[in-house]
Design a protein around this ligand. Structure first.
Ligand SMILES: [Zn+2]
Length: 51
């Protein structure tokens, strides 16, 4: 069991791609836009990603 088990998508791999208005994390398989708040990232790293 992983922290991602609640999602439809298996999230084997994901990519970071900056885009306006959405979080910059995407599943590289199905293109699902991931909620960055669901990732176990530090607030510092999150704000870096959002910049
Ligand atoms: Zn996916």
């Amino acid at each position: 069991m992983t922290i991602f088990s609640k999602r439809k998508c298996s999230l084997d791999t994901y990519k970071m791609e900056a885009d306006y208005g959405v979080d910059p994390l995407w599943c590289s398989k199905c293109g699902y836009n991931l909620d960055i708040d669901d990732f176990p990232l530090s607030d510092e790293l999150k704000s870096e990603l959002m910049n």
